[in-house]
Structure formats: C-alpha cells, structure tokens
Ligand binder design. Structure first.
Ligand SMILES: NC(=O)c1ccc[n+]([C@@H]2O[C@H](COP(=O)([O-])OP(=O)(O)OC[C@H]3O[C@@H](n4cnc5c(N)ncnc54)[C@H](O)[C@@H]3O)[C@@H](O)[C@H]2O)c1
Length: 379
C-alpha cells in the first residue's frame, strides 16, 4: 500500500483522483485550504470508496476508514505553510508509515483572474510549490506528480500539440505553471533520486458517473463546461460562445475535452510508472487527442440529456486560440494510458452531477465533522 499526499485534494480533479487511488488500495492524505474545494467532496469520496465513518483526530483533521492508519485523512492547511506541510507529512494519517508520493493539485487556475492578481498567482502556485519541495526534502520524499497545463503552449498553430512544442505562455497563470515545471527540472537535475511527472492537462470536464462528486466552481465559472451545466440548470440565462469566426469547421473554438475520470486514472498510471521505473522526469500531455468545437459540445449535451441550451455568439476573448488538441501518443507509449470515455459520457455524467447538485456542495447537510462546518463554512 502506497501512502499518497494530495495537495488540493478537495478540489475538482483532486477529489476524483482521490477516489481512484482509494479504489486502487492506496492510503490518501489530503491537505487543502478549502479556498476552492469542499470537505463535503471528500466525505462523498469516502462514501463512494466505502470507507466507513469519519472520525476527528485533532482540530481540523479528519480521517475515514477502518483500522490504523486511516485510509483517508483530511487536513485543513495551506501549501505555503511549512508547519501545515510538516503536519501533513508527520501525522497526516495518525500513523508513522510516511508519505511515499505527492500529487500536487493545489493552486489557482483562472486565467482572467491571474491577469488582475498576478502576485497572488505567483505566491500560491510558485511559492506554494517551493514550500512543498522543501517539505518533501525534509521528509525524504522524492516522488511527485505535478498538475501542469496545456496553457503553457500559448497560442500555436500546431495540431495536435506535442510535448516538444515551445512553451510560450501568454498570461500569469501560464507563466506560473512554466516556472514550476522549470523549477522541478532544476531540482531533478540537482539531486539524484527524483521521480517527477509533469502532466499537462488539456480540458478536463465531466464528473464521476454517480453524480455524487463533480466540479463546483466558486462564483461565475471561467470554463465552458461548468458554465454550460449551470445554464442547463437554470442558474445562468444563456451560454456565451466566444467567437464564431475562428478558422474552424463551424467557426467556434476547438478544444480537447477529457473526462475527469480518465484524467484521474492517468494520475494513477503516472504514479505506478514513477514507482516502477528508475528515477526520471516525465513530461506528458493528458488529452483525448480529439478536438470538439463549442457547438459540438452544446449539441452533444442537448442530445445526450434531452435539453435545449440557449446560447449567443459574442466577441472573441483576448488570449484564446482557434484550436488546442493534445498529441496524446507519448502518454500512451510511456504509460499505456489513453482516454476511454466519449463526449456523450462527459455530457451525461456532467449533467448527472449538476442536476443532482444544482448548487454544488453548498447546502449539503452532512460534513466530515461538525466543527469543520463552523471553522470553514462551505459557501
Ligand atoms: N481544471 C482545469 O481545467 C485544469 C487544467 C489544467 C491544469 N489544471 C491544474 O490542476 C490543478 C487542480 O485543478 P482543479 O480544476 O481541480 O482546481 P480546483 O480549484 O478545483 O482545486 C484546487 C484545490 O486546491 C486548493 N487550494 C488552493 N490554494 C491552496 C493553498 N494555498 N493551499 C492548499 N490548498 C489550496 C483549493 O481549495 C482546491 O480544493 C490546479 O493546479 C490547476 O492549475 C486544471
């Protein structure tokens, strides 16, 4: 059994990956400050993984799963805090088995917001990664999977985009991901023994097929799919399609959408590969390799779910590109991973989540621990 620390594990991708790791028999410790994640997500993960009830170990620390150490432990903490990180490494599970690997999801991810608040993005994304690397050094852990992004490639005409394409980010968010990738390459080169995977996600969407966990953005969603789901649920009036005059078959932007469960399974594979092979720095695109336009997505959502989505085509957004599709062959070659789920699966599962949880995790009446609700209301 491997013990894995998930930073940002209460968020969208982290919570789905947590479930995949628990189902694979691993033990998981999560550290999250709940700035964009919910403890309720992990309570539901523990239910889906049939771990049994939660118990409180210490203030703002909960654990689920029979026996010692717990299968899933949740700590409220900030990745920029050495003390919080030490707590996660030392007593995250209430046991002494130690952390074998880290999956680093914690971070800020809104491109537009990063342009208005660049220092906040550099602080959380880059300083957070520096503090994490220091903590891993203190605790003798050298296996890391990092959440990188296709945003790194900036605006490019290459279709599909291979990992060898030049990195030319065009916003602070993209620069922070590029900076952390560079830092991890420097760390790997400086000290033997590091096993690091840089996973460059394309457009993760959808939800667990149970409809129990999914994406729950704070405020107005920045990305198309959660926005579209909120329109379908009646929370937003209509979908804004940014640009109808792109050089694409129907004039709308083309993206590489991948089901979040495929992405979560990709993390499980990356961990297996890192642990099985000699130390290395692995850089992989995670995408489906297929492009779908905004209107393809709208039509698939309507057809799959029997709904009509009101939309309006508006001006292009600065910084968007016509087409962004992954060259996914390296991930298949290196880890035997490729996406299994279709656009229709994405639309069905995303709507199952949104329709059963129109306000996301807000309003949910059950939490891991009552005092956690008092300490950190989910609002
Ligand atoms: N969702 C996407 O489209 C996408 C695409 C490419 C890359 N990524 C990257 O993947 C990672 C996870 O994305 P997500 O969609 O799950 O986002 P998310 O916002 O749902 O999850 C991030 C989690 O990190 C937590 N967090 C934020 N700052 C923290 C801090 N200082 N200390 C501890 N926890 C903190 C949040 O509360 C949240 O639970 C991010 O690093 C993001 O940049 C996401």
């Amino acid at each position: 059994m491997t013990t894995v620390l998930l930073t940002g594990g209460a968020g969208f991708i982290g919570s789905h990956t947590c479930l995949v790791l628990l189902e694979a028999g691993h033990r998981v410790v999560v550290i999250d400050d709940f700035s964009n994640g919910s403890p309720e997500a992990l309570r539901r993960v523990s239910e889906l993984a049939r771990l049994g009830s939660w118990r409180q170990l210490a203030p703002e620390q909960w654990a689920a799963g029979e026996g010692q150490p717990a299968r899933l432990t949740l700590l409220k903490g900030d990745v920029r805090s050495p003390q919080d990180l030490d707590r996660a490494f030392e007593d995250g599970g209430g046991g002494d088995s130690g952390i074998d690997a880290v999956l680093h999801f914690a971070g800020l991810k809104a491109v537009g917001e990063s342009m208005g608040q660049p220092l906040r993005y550099w602080d959380v994304n880059v300083v957070g990664a520096v503090r994490l690397l220091e903590a891993m050094g203190r605790h003798g852990c050298q296996t890391l999977v990092f959440s990188s992004s296709a945003t790194l490639y900036g605006i490019t005409d290459r279709v599909p985009i291979p990992e060898t394409a030049p990195l030319q980010p065009i916003n602070p968010y993209g620069y922070t991901k590029a900076a952390v990738e560079r830092m991890l390459a420097d760390v790997a080169a400086s000290t033997p023994g590091w096993r690091i995977a840089l996973l460059r996600y394309f457009n993760p969407v959808g939800a667990h097929p149970s409809g129990r966990i999914g994406e729950d953005p704070n405020g107005r969603p920045n990305n198309l799919f959660p926005f579209l789901c909120q329109v379908a649920a009646g929370r937003r009036q209509q979908l804004e399609v940014f640009g109808g005059d792109w050089p694409t078959p129907d004039g709308t932007g083309v993206r590489d959408y991948l089901h979040v469960m495929d992405l979560a399974e990709g993390h499980g594979r990356a961990l297996e590969v890192l642990q099985a092979e000699p130390p290395q720095l692995l850089t992989l695109n995670l995408g489906s390799g297929c492009g779908h336009s905004v209107l393809d997505l709208v039509r698939s959502f309507e057809a799959t779910n029997g709904l009509t989505l009101p939309y309006a085509v508006v001006d292009r957004r600065p910084g968007d590109s016509a087409i962004s599709v992954a060259d996914h062959r390296e991930a298949e070659r290196r880890m035997g991973w490729r996406t299994k789920r279709s656009l229709a699966d994405i639309c069905r599962d995303g709507w199952a989540w949104q329709s059963a949880n129109p306000e996301g995790y807000r309003g949910s009446d059950r939490q891991p621990g009552r005092s956690l609700i008092q300490a950190q209301p989910v609002s």
